[in-house]
Ligand binder design. Structure first.
Ligand SMILES: *[C@@H]1O[C@H](CO)[C@@H](O)[C@H](O)[C@H]1NC(C)=O
Ligand SMILES: *[C@@H]1O[C@H](CO)[C@@H](O)[C@H](O)[C@H]1NC(C)=O
Ligand SMILES: *[C@@H]1O[C@H](CO)[C@@H](O)[C@H](O)[C@H]1NC(C)=O
Ligand SMILES: *[C@@H]1O[C@H](CO)[C@@H](O)[C@H](O)[C@H]1NC(C)=O
Length: 443
């Protein structure tokens, strides 16, 4: 290498460092330093809270990485949910893994439920109501308020579950087509609000699926212990928000740190449910938030289009039309979409010709103005390239979910990689578009 090329490289590095600094300072100025430089790298920092007075009741079930129990606050009498780390196998590595998942979950939950701004309450109601942690008999437990009993997965498996879901979200309409359209908007809006909030704090959930979305609606049966026996009773006093709540942050990671990304271990760890996973498979460090957006799109579709239908046509022959409730159908649909490079418009053309459009698809994505907006949004949420996938905040401000332009701007996204020049430029451009252009876009 010649002296002049070395010199050139040094100059280039300096210029880039300078520009990056300038960008960071300007972004920092506009966001306020708290949002950019939150206490994310400090896993055991002071954001974690200890709950003093918890008594375990009986087990509810066993998760992959932990046991889940009914519990009780011995002071207030409130019924709680407690989760501990429990390894699937007894070897040391499995034990250690289970423990570190629980650590991450405690940290992420604490961060998400800490006060950040005055708008928090609007978004935090879409997250599991985390209270803190407690150590009982040398085992660490994470503690939540009780919040609903059924997940979207449970509604998908119920007969006419989507109608029940609409009721539980307090939507009412006698016409099933209209009801499905209203439910579709409501479910998508709430899912997007939950991840928009997480993303604004640098948190990626990484395992968005119907089983990880709790519906805070159903009265819950809880065990009540007396001296001699345990009986079950309705928890009638528990307030319901009738909203969707994102749960299980055991696979989540926090990308907002400068040097360490809590919970993120590159591609060594891939917590992902294959059915809901974005095509990049692992979080792309340049566009990490896009990963959840894809998961929300698939979760949304499966929830709304879960119904199967036996159709009897004019010639009186029976024809089945399947929804996406059945996991095999969902898998086939994902393969079909993949075969069209994730271009939904091409897939739809093909599917219409071959009669393989899932039941209910037309009522959501038909040729009405709203249907076109819906399909356009779904397509940008499912874009093959994470760089071009729409962000949750943009989606909330777009024409499908914000037809009258009245939505308040969701919290802003932090830079994906604080040290990357390109992500700053990208983000800066995007923000201007969202703020000044989104609602004026006409087709
Ligand atoms: C959970 O697993 C533990 C140990 O593997 C077992 O003792 C317990 O009965 C299980 N609980 C439930 C509710 O399945
Ligand atoms: C948990 O429930 C109690 C009692 O209903 C309530 O006061 C508290 O605000 C709840 N906490 C969260 C994080 O939802
Ligand atoms: C604590 O653990 C020990 C040993 O496993 C057990 O005998 C004891 O009953 C436990 N105590 C409580 C309060 O769970
Ligand atoms: C009725 O079903 C038969 C048999 O599947 C099919 O060939 C025909 O095209 C259907 N007719 C209409 C109008 O859908």
């Amino acid at each position: 290498m010649t002296t002049s090329s070395v010199f050139f490289i040094i100059i280039t590095i300096k210029v880039i460092a300078h520009i990056t600094d300038a960008f960071i300072h300007s972004t920092q100025h506009r966001l306020g330093s708290q949002e950019l430089f939150s206490a994310s790298t400090v896993i055991n920092g002071d954001i974690r809270k200890t709950i003093p007075s918890v008594r375990l009741l009986e087990p509810i079930g066993n998760g992959t990485f932990g046991g889940v129990y009914w519990a009780e606050d011995t002071v207030t009498g409130n019924v709680l949910i407690a989760k501990s780390a429990r390894a699937a196998t007894s070897d040391a590595l499995a034990q250690q893994n289970a423990k570190s998942y629980l650590e991450i979950e405690a940290y992420i939950n604490s961060k998400l439920l800490s006060p950040h701004s005055s708008k928090d309450a609007v978004y935090q109601k879409h997250l599991a109501p985390y209270l803190g942690e407690v150590e009982i008999n040398q085992t660490m437990y994470l503690i939540w308020n009780v919040s609903g009993e059924y997940t979207l997965e449970d509604y998908i498996e119920m007969d006419d579950g989507w109608v029940q879901l609409a009721k539980d979200l307090r939507l009412d309409d006698c016409d099933r087509v209209v009801l499905r359209q209203r439910l579709a908007k409501e479910v998508l809006r709430q899912l997007l609000e939950s991840i928009a909030y997480c993303h604004s704090l640098g948190v990626i959930h990484r395992d968005i699926k119907p089983a990880n979305v709790l519906v805070d609606a159903i009265l819950t049966f809880v065990p009540v212990k007396s001296s001699s026996s345990t009986r079950h009773t309705f928890l009638a006093h528990s307030p319901k928000t009738n909203t969707l709540r994102l749960i299980d942050f055991g696979s989540a990671c926090d990308m907002s740190g400068w040097t360490s990304k809590a919970g993120y271990r590159g591609q060594n760890k891939g917590p992902r449910s294959i059915l809901y996973c974005a095509p990049e498979e692992f979080v792309d460090e340049e566009y990490p938030y896009a990963f959840d957006v894809y998961g929300v799109a698939v979760t949304w579709l499966r929830t709304i289009l879960s119904e199967d239908k036996i159709l009897t046509n004019e010639t009186d022959t029976q024809q089945s039309s399947f929804g996406l409730g059945n996991e095999e159908n969902l898998f086939e649909w994902r393969l079909a979409v993949r075969d069209f490079s994730h271009c939904l418009v091409s897939w739809e053309e093909f599917a219409v010709l071959h009669n393989t459009v899932p039941f209910g698809w037309d009522s959501l994505f038909g040729s009405s103005r709203e249907g076109i907006h819906a399909l356009r949004l779904l397509s940008s949420m499912m874009n093959y390239s994470p760089a071009r996938r729409i962000s949750a905040s943009e989606a909330l401000l777009g024409p499908y979910l914000n037809a009258d332009c009245s939505a308040e701007a969701p919290p802003e996204l932090p830079p994906a990689m604080p040290w990357s020049l390109s992500s700053h430029v990208q983000r800066w451009k995007k923000e201007r578009e969202v703020q000044y252009g989104e609602c004026r876009l006409e087709d």
